[in-house]
Design a protein around this ligand. Structure first.
Ligand SMILES: Nc1ncnc2c1ncn2[C@@H]1O[C@H](COP(=O)(O)OP(=O)(O)O)[C@@H](O)[C@H]1O
Ligand SMILES: [Mg+2]
Length: 468
């Protein structure tokens, strides 16, 4: 089944609600008007009826209690437009005024009953195509017997007026609804236009071209918000796509180099018969390059896990002081190999941390290895641990070459290396700091770096301590 469009639903709903309100309103005003008109007619009939009834009563009395009294009315009544009918207490017609040319219906039992209850009874009838209001009045001046006077007044003009009002009302309601329907459609089209525009732009987006954006010119506030949000979403998707493209091309590049070395070395050594040492050398190179590739792949797997499946990483509470003391010992070994002096300030009081020891070890060793790698022999590295409220602050400073202000924001990017060719001799492919940053974020911590070219660098790691 095809879904109804919002445009259709909104306008139909709008028109329906307005229609119900207008019809209801017209119904009540119509009823009010007709009540008021009939009330005034009835009031006048009652006045006339009461007056006439008294005259007839007097006549009846003077003629010795005769019930079948003649309807002896003055000419002003007889020549007027109304008809008068006289019934006895049983509801039988006794007589009616002269010149009355219509055949009015007899008095019904239920009408008689109502009269006995309330003296007056008014209702409408149609006779020979004309509308009449019949007003009956019960006079019981003669004890239980009594008589009924009925005035039949033609009300064609009143009925016509009321009917005309109904037609005019119905017509005006239809007209209003039609106009509202058309205006509603225009309004909805105006409101939904930008949404359709967003959809149109969305259709033109593909992985190859993500440059399209929704125009935000002349949009209402809410639509501008929608369009801006959509554009922002596109921008971040585009950025992610760029990132993924760059990332895969970097991975390809990093894996291609060791593979090319393995292939080249193997081809050359197989060209002719060689000495055993030659084969050994090539196998050593191949092993080194294979280890390098395994390292890269492991790093990538770790990054993916930290980014997309952090819930699978195990965490436990442990004493950070004991943990960092072991790191310091390993750092000492690395530094002493390169004749770099290393000092450390580590407090004795235990600090509990909730985290993954293996990954935190990786975080600190990545920073320390960088410090050792970039600091020349004779330089120095300083480690310091400071508990600060709910966090523990660990700083690693070196007297290396420092990092330029331009490079500072980029060193945590994946595959960023200041000098790719030089660094091939050492370890790392520019993933070390980005892994360190992801590990810090996984532990709800952060890494800051302060550095000046020629003055060394200080990396500071902030980690939240476990609440006891
Ligand atoms: N202590 C440091 N002193 C100077 N430069 C550094 C230091 N640590 C990191 N860098 C710069 O940041 C870059 C990225 O570091 P990293 O992500 O560990 O990659 P890698 O060690 O593989 O080069 C390094 O190539 C280097 O240019
Ligand atoms: Mg590194």
């Amino acid at each position: 089944m095809r879904a109804l469009s919002i445009k259709f639903e909104v306008t139909v709903l709008y028109v329906l609600i307005l229609g119900v309100i207008l019809v209801g309103y017209r119904f009540f005003t119509h009823r009010d008007l007709s009540n008021r008109l009939y009330h005034s007619i009835d009031r006048r009939m009652r006045l006339t009826g009461d007056e006439l009834g008294r005259r007839i009563g007097a006549l009846v009395n003077t003629e010795g209690g005769r019930h079948n009294t003649a309807l002896d009315l003055p000419d002003e009544y007889l020549l007027g437009p109304d008809c008068y009918r006289l019934f006895n207490a049983k509801g039988e017609l006794i007589e009616q005024s002269k010149f009355c040319k219509y055949n009015f219906p007899p008095l019904l039992k239920k009408e008689l009953k109502k009269l006995q209850n309330s003296k007056y009874f008014f209702h409408n009838v149609v006779v020979s195509g004309h509308h009449f209001r019949l007003g009956s009045i019960l006079f019981s001046s003669l004890g239980a017997q009594g008589y009924i006077l009925q005035i039949c007044r033609q009300i064609d003009d009143v009925v016509a007026l009321l009917h005309r009002r109904i037609y005019v009302s119905a017509g005006s309601i239809l007209l209003i609804l039609l106009v509202v329907h058309l205006l509603g459609r225009l309004l909805v089209r105006r409101i939904l236009g930008p949404v359709l525009n967003v959809a149109r732009v969305a259709k033109t987006i593909s992985a190859k071209d993500m440059s399209a954006r929704v125009s935000v010119l002349n949009l209402e506030a809410e639509m501008m918000y929608l369009a801006n949000s959509f554009n922002q979403m596109l921008a971040s998707i585009e950025k992610s796509f760029e990132y993924v493209k760059e990332f895969s091309s970097s991975i390809g590049h990093e894996l291609k180099t060791p593979l090319a070395i393995i292939k080249g070395e193997t081809e050359v050594v197989l060209r002719k018969k060689r000495r055993v040492e030659e084969y050994r050398r090539v196998l050593r190179v191949n092993l080194e390059e294979t280890n390098r590739m395994i390292h890269i792949v492991e790093d990538l797997i770790l990054l993916t896990k930290l980014d997309y499946r952090p819930s699978t990483i195990y965490k436990e509470p442990f004493d950070f002081i004991k943990f960092f003391t072991e790191i310091w010992q390993r750092a000492q070994m690395l530094a002493s190999h390169k004749k770099i002096s290393l000092s450390a300030t580590i407090p004795r009081t235990p600090i509990t941390i909730q985290g993954n020891k293996l990954h935190l070890n990786r975080l600190f060793m990545n920073i320390i290895q960088n410090a050792v790698k970039f600091t020349p022999s004779g330089g120095s590295i300083t480690l310091a641990v400071h508990p600060e409220g709910q966090t523990v602050k660990i700083s690693i400073s070196d007297t290396g070459p420092g990092i330029s202000a331009d490079d500072l924001p980029r060193i945590f990017q994946r595959f960023f290396q200041k000098d790719k060719f030089k660094s091939r001799s050492g370890q790392g492919i520019g993933l070390g700091l980005s892994i360190a940053k992801s590990i810090a974020q996984f532990h709800k911590g952060q890494i800051e770096v302060k550095s000046k070219l020629g003055e060394g660098s200080t990396f500071t790691v902030l980690l939240p301590t476990a609440h006891s």
